[in-house]
Design a protein around this ligand. Structure first.
Ligand code: HOZ
Length: 430
């Protein structure tokens, strides 16, 4: 495949945008080559400015559950745009989207919309601290909750891709309240609570981690976490920015018996427009301004165009719950295909699927936590990624990200992808 125009565009971008990108993972530093610059998407395909076509398993890192340019979502956006881009005043579409979310999630009585997942989690943490009157928070290594200061510690995603534990520019005074535990290891959580029994405002977790690769939490681990939080009066926050509406219609909560006190959402509820949200039972949300004293605000929060896109997307999902059976079948078929291709090439590979989310590591052993994830063979991943890209398959450009199936990915596209994976893996071995 020729990438001449993309290479030139990357060089141009580099001169005026740090690293040539507006989000670090996109720079392709974790893999070989340089990023294709995208011209347009269509269903399950992406087209770059050199005219190359790719089967798209990134889908804008999750939001596009109906693929690119879904006709109904597009129509609702155009209709909303014609009425005005932003008012900074209440609109009924915000209430409608909130009602849909509240109806779906047992753990949510009230929800507030913001403009990104980062903002959702940052605000949820402030609310948890304000509601409990405590300062400490507990997170898990490898879980990524956006780039707000107190959460940018031992996070996955871009930090893992670049091998940085946390970011310069975040004062130690801010992160001293962030306690770290090991994913799927309840003893590490008990240890934190033993050291800080009455000071932990909340435990935040990606119940299906999607930012250290796809690493689901064990059900028993989540149950124990729920018990510990309740015993200590700490709020349990499920960060479902990635897994919400992806792992099931109600995210990880739909496939686990464990219910959180607070939830953060993003991606799919904007259908590709910038949206995040956080919600909880009314008693907790009552601490939020203007009902309560915990301040949080945003001019573009509840933006009418983004709300319209999200509402259409959510209504479509609710009307077609059987989609999740299809997503799981397709993601499983893809991962089984990769596993067989790897076995044929004598490459170690472990895979995971949760609904429309999939992940794989070139690794000998099952991945249960961040250390396991870091043990993956990232050189082999980089070669695999490049080989797939060159043959028209667009996979997440880091072994610490997750892949996504959308409604527009057909069985034929998966068959084609698996065939290519056989070829690419065979060449890696050779
Ligand atoms: N780490 C982000 C997804 N989990 C990457 C987002 C982006 O670069 O757009």
């Amino acid at each position: 495949m020729a990438y001449d125009k993309s290479i030139a565009a990357f060089e141009e971008a580099y001169k005026v945008i740090p690293g040539g990108v507006d989000s670090p993972v996109r720079a392709f530093s974790g893999v070989e080559g340089t990023p294709p610059f995208i011209e347009r998407g269509e269903g399950g395909y992406l087209f770059d400015i050199d005219g190359n076509r790719y089967i798209d398993y990134v889908q804008s890192w999750g939001p596009l559950i109906f693929g690119h340019c879904d006709a109904q979502i597009e129509a609702s956006v155009i209709e909303a745009v014609k009425r005005g881009l932003s008012f900074g005043a209440p609109t009924t579409v915000e209430t409608e989207l909130a009602q849909e979310i509240v109806e779906l999630f047992d753990s949510i009585d009230k929800v507030r919309f913001v403009s990104s997942g980062t903002e959702a989690v940052m605000s949820a943490i402030r609310l948890a601290r304000g509601a409990t009157g405590r300062d400490n928070i507990l997170k898990f290594t490898g879980c990524y909750h956006g780039h707000s200061d107190s959460l940018l510690v031992e996070a996955g995603s871009g930090l893992a891709t670049f091998g940085t534990p946390s970011s310069p520019g975040v004062p130690a005074d801010l992160t001293k309240h962030t306690l770290l535990a090991t994913y799927n290891d309840i003893e590490s959580v008990q240890k934190c609570f033993a050291e800080s029994p009455d000071d932990i405002a909340c435990v935040i977790i990606e119940p299906i981690a999607g930012n250290m690769g796809l690493v689901p939490a064990d059900e028993e681990f989540l149950k124990q976490l729920r018990i510990i939080c309740t015993e200590h009066g700490a709020l349990l926050i499920f960060d479902e920015v990635m897994s919400g509406f992806r792992a099931s219609l109600t995210g990880a909560q739909g496939i686990s018996s464990v219910k959180p006190d607070m939830v953060t959402l993003g991606k799919v509820i904007g259908a590709g427009m910038p949206v995040g949200a956080f919600g909880a039972k009314a008693k907790i949300m009552a601490h939020l301004s203007p009902e309560g004293p915990v301040y949080q605000a945003g001019t573009l929060s509840g933006n009418p165009v983004a709300m319209a896109a999200g509402l259409t997307s959510l209504k479509k999902l609710k009307a077609n719950p059987e989609l999740y059976v299809d997503f799981t079948a397709k993601a499983t078929k893809l991962m089984d295909g990769f596993a067989k291709a790897a076995a044929a090439a004598n490459l170690p590979l472990v895979t995971e699927v949760r609904g429309s989310m999939f992940g794989f590591f070139f690794s000998e052993k099952a991945v249960k936590n961040f250390d396991d994830a870091l043990d993956n063979d990232s050189d082999t991943f980089a070669k695999f990624h490049k080989g797939m890209l060159d043959k028209g398959v667009y996979l997440a450009c880091s072994s610490y990200e997750t892949g996504f199936i959308c409604t527009q990915i057909s069985d034929e596209m998966i068959d084609e992808t698996i065939e290519i994976a056989y070829e690419v893996m065979a060449n890696i071995k050779g």
